[in-house]
Design a protein around this ligand. Structure first.
Ligand SMILES: [Zn+2]
Length: 237
């Protein structure tokens, strides 16, 4: 009977499965954190774009203002060259309208300057957040990669140990174990408790249960095909 060896092999296989899970988790973690960093980077780009929009708006308003002011100056110089009273009045009205428009534009420019200022502050906040997140990401990635390399080493050791453990088993047992394990990767070999298979939880016939308890024969569950074994202390559970 090689049940003890088989149980140990299963423990080793499960250890390898856990290492695999841990290893799979690392690139996932890195991607997750990279995603967070990209999000902040996109926020930064959006803030940068809205700052640019504000600056362009202001620039275009300033150009418009300049044009309006030039026209006003031109009208002001024209007002004394006109011949009739009506023309003078018309120019005066136009100058007043221009003045109003200029003052409205100046207000708009002030508003746009404030908006640009707010957008710039927002951008700086986002940039700082990005820098912090980037720093945090670099550190986290370094740690995760170090962990990955530690796990890789453990995996090599674990697999080497597994191979040597498996090599000590008779090939028929090894084959049965491997076959059951395809279906039940974590518990190809299970205990019985109170005559119940701890893999599929079916009640075992008394005869089978008795044989498993005796432990001198290699027994599989009739229902799930798992290899069964009996452990003294399980009765206390
Ligand atoms: Zn079973």
């Amino acid at each position: 009977m090689n049940l003890r060896q088989l149980i140990e092999l299963q423990e080793q296989d499960n250890h390898i499965l856990r290492l695999q899970d841990e290893l799979k988790e690392i690139p996932r973690q890195i991607e997750l954190q990279k995603g967070r960093l990209n999000q902040i980077s996109n926020d930064c780009k959006a803030a940068e774009a809205s700052t640019q929009v504000c600056l362009k708006q202001r620039h275009s308003l300033e150009l418009d203002l300049k044009t309006k002011e030039d026209s006003r100056i031109k009208l002001q110089s024209q007002q004394f060259t006109v011949k009739t009273n009506e023309q003078f009045k018309a120019i005066q009205n136009e100058i007043a309208a221009m003045g109003k428009a200029v003052s409205q534009m100046e207000d708009k420019i002030l508003e746009s300057m404030e908006a640009a200022e707010t957008a710039k502050k927002e951008l700086n906040t986002k940039k700082t957040a990005f820098e912090q997140e980037n720093q945090r990401f670099i550190e986290a990635e370094k740690k995760l990669l170090a962990e990955q390399s530690r796990l890789d080493n453990l995996m090599v050791e674990a697999k080497t140990k597994r191979d040597s453990m498996q090599a000590q088993l008779p090939s028929n047992l090894k084959n049965i174990y491997d076959r059951i394990r395809l279906k039940h990767p974590e518990n190809a070999i299970v205990t019985i408790q109170n005559d119940i298979c701890q893999g599929c939880f079916m009640k075992l016939p008394a005869q089978i249960s008795h044989q498993v308890r005796k432990g001198d024969k290699f027994i599989q569950c009739e229902n799930c095909s798992r290899i069964l074994y009996y452990r003294e202390d399980d009765t206390a559970l």
